[in-house]
Design a protein around this ligand. Structure first.
Ligand code: PEP
Ligand code: MG
Length: 908
């Protein structure tokens, strides 16, 4: 944390230089990830250019003062800048030996490319001459100056960067230049004059020549970039709090554009797509930092293995000394940080400099492999490996792949930038991607290259396709982080966003046309490709096995169809925590009988309908029991909000009337009588069975006949769990338990087989949670509780499940809530009810089984809470089962670790 300076004020500036630093990797809260890691690397003696970091506390003070930098900061910055100058034998603003710096953002969480950076700061009309004399390369000096003016004009002075691009393009066209590297000193001088004129015109003031003013403006602009729209969007998508703020790192410039023995690049210490232990990255010879990440020029690979063109172009062969040094540094960094690193470096006249290291973003596949490998290499423990995987990320593995055996219409090939496959309509703009996504359409965002502004569109798209940019371009890094398939650098595509066309050879595709991309091979196809279901890898199985060994809670699934049940078992479900029997009635052919049952005016009519439903239910349950082969299954008695089943259309009403032998008008009157204002708080759950016990009797008969049949068939012992929904009073439970027990006993007598079974209840109304002791008390009390957090959230918050969306989005906007309570459990309110319910239930029945089967059962944050209150199991939809297994393991490990005595700081 910030230490008081000698004069008692907080320390705002932390300096670093090779071999010494005032901070370290554990200070990212204050110094941002970048600043903290630069300090750490400096202490390790790695070649980092000297610099200093201004803390996130200054960022807070800046915003608190209405976007004004504290006056007292000036002295600290000047002093730190002097020290940097002394280290590199230069001086800020000096005409002869000018010190040039970069000014970079860096928050606690990495937000690649979302905030602003300024390079070459310190150049003006005088110092540029000094730089030219010093390097003996006037062309380079003036190129650096125009880059600085361009960046500064855009980021600090708010001049549209298009204005600069137009000037440069016009100049090149007029003078017949193709590449920027063709321009000589004189050309750059002319362009600089035009740039400065453009700034004066657009900004109303000349470009600042005072280097102090430049620095001050840049620091403020970088702080301000914390609030730019793309950073805000990124934070929202990645759950990064708005009040963290960014640090600012000011660092001596090194140059990768000083000729052919200079270069700049980005490297991952392992392959971020596959997790293979191999150096993976790209560089551009004779280029400056941002050129690689911006994806404007397609860079060269670092190793010969990855070489796309002649092998000699790889850094390994072009600059072997720098490459070998880099390799050694990567090893050291991995051993030090115990994780795969994403490193930015520059080679200046043959000398290697490291500009940044951070834990590298990776695909899920890579995350699994890296975690398992690091554990095998002894760098991390098995528990740590489990904690390294973001549970929600596992979803990525469940992406389909393009069927290699099927015929497809290949139209282009780019780089396999982020794995997985996707088909969708072409869109050329982020806003369009969002608009179509909102309508439920699948879109592929197609861009020449993506910029950080596209982050929202990338999130809305099912896949991303770019014509330019490499494997470490912004599009690739962000897509991998989001789990979106991405093909980048498909260079044969000609994309015209204004015209809304994509040309592939002679063929023209328009927005709305369907294409498919394969982010694992880089191939792009016309039309919708045939997909194959996902293959789960060996490392996935290993991590899951480790997770299963570490978790305490069981993981079940919510399933009511054989397909779901099978899928869930494949994903490792240990039973069914919720079979919603009403879902079994939706199918064509069954719904009529259900409608007859509901609309019947007397018991006889109802019984006739129930007789039709019995064999259907029995067959369904039998299949589930067989699939689950002895694993526990909780079957919930009918809980339909009736309105979901009522016949509304004339055709449907006529069908039901005919089946019941009823006059159509009378049937319509009956339907009207059954209509409710608030069906979700109406005649549902146990209320139904209490009024019409014959419905419960039919269901219980079906359950027990099915269980006994399945047991006979498979030999696996079954133990059905019958669950009563929507209970508020003990008496409701008693009435239905009586019906359940008498029917279960009757069936067992008839079939001559006894099976053990449990009768429990959902706890999904606040009263039930509060009166949990009543409901569980005694041998006739509930054998188990399953918390229905969907209804409990609805009823605790008084917020309708069906009408919540617009209210919640308004609440999120006004920061009344920070997360949707139907997604992540509201710990303070609904969570408290769960805790009370579980405690009071267990107090009277220590062996009471407790679980949760609302949607929250698949949400990692909620799962951590369920672990903390000691529930026995969680139940979630089949595709969430792997996520829940991992999240439950992480929760158990974290809780165990939190309970362990922590080492005192001296011991660390
Ligand atoms: C619940 O309310 O949490 C629950 C699981 O039941 P349903 O969603 O079917 O109402
Ligand atoms: Mg419910």
């Amino acid at each position: 944390m910030a230490q008081p300076d000698t004069d008692g004020k907080k320390k705002w500036v932390y300096a670093f230089a090779p071999g010494r630093a005032e901070g370290g990797a554990d200070m990212s809260e204050l110094l941002g990830g970048k600043g903290a890691n630069l300090a750490e690397m400096a202490t390790l003696g790695l070649p980092v250019p000297p610099g200093f970091t201004i803390t996130t506390e200054v960022c807070d003070a800046f915003f608190a003062a209405g976007n004004k930098l504290p006056e007292a900061l000036k002295a600290d910055v000047t002093k730190a800048l002097d020290e940097v100058g002394t280290t590199v034998n230069a001086h800020f603003g000096d005409y002869k030996r000018p010190l040039l710096v970069s000014v970079r953002s860096g928050s606690r969480a990495s937000m690649p490319g979302m905030m602003d950076t300024i390079l070459n700061l310190g150049l003006n009309d005088k110092t540029v001459e000094g730089l030219a004399a010093l390097t003996g390369d006037a062309r380079f000096a003036f190129d650096s100056y125009r880059r600085f003016i361009q960046m500064y004009g855009d980021v600090v002075l708010g001049v549209d960067h298009g204005a600069f691009e137009d000037i440069l393009e016009n100049f090149k066209n007029l003078n017949g230049f193709a590449a920027d590297t063709d321009l000589d000193e004189e050309s750059w001088r002319e362009i600089i004059a035009d740039y400065k004129a453009a700034i004066e015109r657009e900004h109303g003031k000349p470009f600042p020549q005072d280097t102090g003013e430049q620095l001050w403006g840049a620091i403020a602009a970088v702080f301000n970039s914390w609030h730019n729209p793309r950073a805000q969007t990124y934070r929202r998508l990645h759950d990064i709090p708005d009040d963290w703020g960014t640090a600012v790192t000011v660092q001596a410039m090194v140059f990768g554009n000083l000729g052919d023995n200079s270069a700049t690049g980005v490297a991952f210490t392992r392959n971020p797509s596959t997790g293979e232990r191999e150096i993976f990255g790209e560089y551009l010879p004779n280029a400056q930092g941002e050129d690689v990440v911006a994806g404007i020029r397609t860079p060269q690979p670092l190793t010969s293995k990855g070489a796309r063109e002649a092998p000699g172009t790889a850094l390994e062969s072009a600059m072997p000394r720098a490459f070998n040094e880099l390799k050694e540094i990567f090893d050291r960094l991995e051993r030090h940080y115990h994780d795969m690193q994403d490193v930015e470096f520059t080679v200046q006249l043959g000398t290697l400099w490291i500009l940044q290291t951070r834990s590298g973003k990776r695909t899920t596949e890579a995350a699994l492999k890296i975690a398992v490998d690091l554990a095998a290499e002894g760098l991390i423990s098995q528990d740590e490996a489990i904690l390294r995987i973001e549970p929600a990320q596992l979803d990525q593995l469940l992406h389909p792949a393009i069927d290699p055996a099927a015929e497809h219409d290949l139209i282009a090939k780019g780089l396999p930038a982020s794995p997985g496959a996707a088909s969708g309509e072409i869109v050329f703009h982020s806003e369009m991607a969002e608009a179509l996504k909102a309508k439920g359409r699948d879109v592929i965002l197609v861009r020449s290259e993506t910029s950080p502004e596209d982050v929202q569109g990338m999130h809305a798209a099912v896949g991303i396709l770019t014509a330019r940019g490499g494997m470490t371009s912004h599009a690739a890094v962000v897509a991998r982080g989001m789990g979106r398939p991405c093909v980048s650098g498909a260079g044969t595509l000609r994309i015209d966003t204004n015209a809304g066309t994509m040309r592939a050879g002679a063929r023209i595709f328009k927005s709305g046309d369907i294409v498919s991309i394969d982010g694992s091979t880089g191939r792009v196809y016309a039309g919708k490709a045939k997909m194959l279901p996902p293959q789960l890898s060996g490392t996935f199985a290993t991590v899951m096995q480790w997770a299963d060994g570490a978790r305490r809670m069981k993981v079940r699934t919510n399933a009511d169809t054989p397909r779901d049940a099978r899928q869930a078992r494949e994903f490792g479900a240990e039973g069914i925590g919720l079979c919603r029997t009403e879902h079994m009635f939706f199918e064509e052919g069954r719904i009529l009988a259900v409608r007859e049952m509901i609309c019947a005016e007397d018991e006889e009519g109802r019984q006739q309908a129930l007789d039709k439903l019995l064999p259907v239910q029995r067959a369904d349950f039998e299949e589930l029991f067989e699939i689950m082969a002895g694993l526990p299954i909780t079957i919930r008695l009918l809980d339909p909000p009736l309105h979901e089943f009522l016949p509304h259309e004339d055709r449907e009403a006529a069908q039901v009337a005919a089946a019941l032998g009823m006059d159509l008008m009378r049937l319509k009157a009956r339907v009207a009588e059954l209509e409710e204002f608030n069906p979700m708080l109406g005649f549902r759950g146990c209320r139904l069975g209490i009024k019409y016990p014959e419905i419960t009797r039919m269901q219980v008969r079906a359950i027990f006949e099915a269980a006994i049949n399945a047991q006979k068939k498979t030999g696996d012992a079954v133990r059905p769990e019958v669950m009563v929904p929507f209970v508020a009073y003990r008496r409701e439970f008693d009435v239905l338990r009586e019906v359940i027990i008498s029917t279960a006993e009757a069936v067992q007598r008839e079939l001559g087989v006894e099976i053990p079974y449990d009768v429990g209840t959902m706890i999904e109304l606040p009263r039930a949670a509060l009166r949990a002791a009543d409901i569980a008390r005694g041998p006739a009390g509930a054998d188990f509780f399953s918390f229905g957090t969907n209804d409990l959230t609805q009823t605790a918050l008084g917020l309708s499940r069906d009408d919540a969306a617009p209210i919640l989005s308004n609440y999120l906007e006004h920061e009344v809530i920070s997360t949707d309570p139907f997604v992540t459990i509201d710990q303070g309110g609904v969570g408290e009810l769960l805790k009370i319910g579980a405690e009071r239930g267990r107090a009277v029945k220590p062996d009471l089984k407790t679980g949760i089967c609302g949607e929250h059962g698949g949400d990692p944050k909620s799962i951590a809470f369920f672990e903390s209150i000691g529930l026995d199991y969680i139940s979630c939809s089949p595709y969430r089962v792997p996520i829940a297994r991992l999240a439950a393991a992480q929760a158990a490990i974290r809780l165990r670790d939190a309970g362990k005595p922590q080492p005192s700081p001296e011991q660390e």
